[in-house]
Design a protein around this ligand. Structure first.
Ligand SMILES: Cc1cc2nc3c(=O)[nH]c(=O)nc-3n(C[C@H](O)[C@H](O)[C@H](O)COP(=O)(O)OP(=O)(O)OC[C@H]3O[C@@H](n4cnc5c(N)ncnc54)[C@H](O)[C@@H]3O)c2cc1C
Length: 452
């Protein structure tokens, strides 16, 4: 008697023309992201695998796959480039990983707006927008490999958020084209706030095919490192630079000692034990920036013009946000990290208080940005000398007790990360509408049953 055909085998038989990845090693690799930054997630997720990975090239191929998965009740985990940090692309219930990277065309670029298929890498999209003197409003430090859909589904913001806030700030994402997960998939155009209801939901409440994003004018960015001998002076300079309304900027990051000692590739510019501010300012803003630096007692140790950056293909952007953590982990594997946000107007006091409280255990790395209300504050990605999960929990609690918000990067549950504990009713409604069978990335929403 023949063995029964599994749903995954049925998929292969029904859709042989799709680009299936069958090598077990590649399936294992494409089932993981950068969750290993967290010892907690690493333990929980490292053995989780998809049953198959598929890389569709057209909307018709995506539709055929989604339809078959819905009929056969096969879970789908959408993947961009897998640079997410919380196991966002790791399937908990097997099924198919739907790799979007071959679905990557630019539809159009117009003054102030661009539209593209979501599998496009952000660096590639920006090459297109630069042709008309425009750039993306906020990009993660992983922009070279990360996709547009991955930033929307799993990201927050990054370089550029000092001007435009997080990606979720109204006006940054203008619309999307999304597909429902049903035997007869429907395609829906969503605008404004409705489109944002799929943002940062880890691909659990809709498959986003295209995104329309607002653009910023591109500037020739001067990349620099300014070093200090004192924590307070460096933090005050970063804060002043972030606030200075006439200094045009794209990025301001503060690294308290000993964080700079962990950036081995920049060691020649970062004297041991220094505190540093990394920034990208418009070349025309260099003089006022230098004046501010002198007023705070800093020294510029690294300076590259936009042209030098372009020619060298090396950018300080790849030392910011969670890239700082990545570089530090290369030097010291016992580190992990936190993500926190400070009360606007109190960031200097709160950062200073946390430094005093956790000196030597929680190493301060803060990124200046505008929050959703347009107020300048900091988002920190502190390095943590990891000892036990209990101590990590205690550190998180101690921050919260002192009014510092923690977006816990050590959980794979959407509600327990950034969503603030519960899903808003309109998000739940989106889930019901776009994924009625609960097949998208099952197990990531706490209150959504996993049936298989
Ligand atoms: C070193 C490092 C630095 C980082 N720096 C930043 C940073 O500066 N800012 C920041 O925000 N993040 C940062 N991240 C996290 C991550 O790189 C970004 O969020 C990135 O944009 C994710 O893109 P990706 O293509 O790799 O997405 P993936 O990891 O592949 O996917 C992320 C999530 O989006 C979902 N998704 C992907 N495509 C779609 C789609 N088409 N429709 C619906 N859902 C979809 C996936 O299911 C998944 O849940 C960093 C991570 C690392 C490792």
């Amino acid at each position: 008697m023949n063995a029964p055909v599994s749903p995954i085998e049925r998929l292969h038989l029904e859709l042989p023309e799709l680009d299936w990845i069958t090598d077990p090693g590649r399936i294992a690799r494409l089932s993981q992201d950068f969750a290993w930054f967290s010892p907690v997630l690493d333990r929980q997720l490292k053995d989780k695998r998809a049953d198959a990975v598929v890389r569709p090239r057209t909307e018709d191929e995506i539709r055929a796959l989604v339809s078959a998965c819905a009929r056969l009740n096969v879970p789908i985990t959408i993947r961009g480039s897998g640079t997410g940090n919380y196991g966002q692309t790791t399937p908990l219930a097997g099924g198919v990983v739907l790799d979007m990277t071959a679905y990557n065309a630019v539809q159009w670029v117009r003054p102030g707006v661009a539209r593209a298929q979501t599998g496009i890498r952000l660096g590639e999209l920006e090459k297109h927008t630069k042709a008309s003197g425009q750039e993306l409003r906020c990009i993660p430090s992983t922009y070279r490999s990360a996709t547009l859909g991955g930033l929307f589904g799993g990201g927050f913001g990054g370089v550029g958020s000092i001007n435009y806030g997080p990606l979720g700030a109204p006006g940054n994402v203008l619309g999307s084209r999304a597909m429902t997960i049903e035997p007869e998939p429907q395609i829906v155009e969503l605008r404004g706030a409705e489109a944002l209801r799929m943002h940062h939901l880890w691909g659990t409440n809709g498959l986003v095919l295209e995104l329309e994003v607002a653009l910023a004018p591109a500037h020739p960015w001067l990349e620099s490192l300014v070093v200090f001998d004192a924590f307070d002076k460096a933090l005050a300079f970063g804060n002043a630079l972030a606030h200075a309304p006439g200094i045009v900027k794209r990025e301001v990051a503060f690294f308290a000692s000993p964080v700079p000692d962990h950036l081995a590739q920049l060691a020649e510019y970062l004297p041991k034990g220094c505190h540093a501010v990394l920034s990208l300012v418009d070349e025309s803003s260099e003089v006022p920036m230098l004046e501010l630096m002198q007023a705070h007692g800093g020294t510029m140790s690294y300076r590259k013009t936009a042209e030098e950056v372009r020619k060298s293909n090396r950018t300080l952007m790849e030392f910011t946000w969670n890239h700082t953590t990545l570089h530090a982990l290369k030097v010291d594997k016992t580190l992990t990290y936190l993500q926190s946000s400070f009360v606007p107007g109190q960031q200097v006091e709160q950062i200073t208080a946390m430094e005093e409280l956790f000196a030597g255990e929680v190493l301060m790395h803060a990124e200046f940005l505008r929050n959703l209300d347009g107020l300048i504050t900091c988002s920190a990605l502190q390095l943590v000398r990891f000892t036990t999960e209990e101590r990590l929990g205690e550190i998180i609690r101690m921050h919260r007790e002192r009014g510092v918000r923690i977006n816990n990067p050590h959980t794979f549950i959407v509600e327990d990360g950034k969503a603030g504990g519960a899903l808003a009713p309109e998000i739940v409604e989106m889930k019901r509408r776009f994924d009625p069978q609960g097949l998208l990335n099952p197990g990531k929403l706490r209150d959504w049953p996993v049936s298989r």
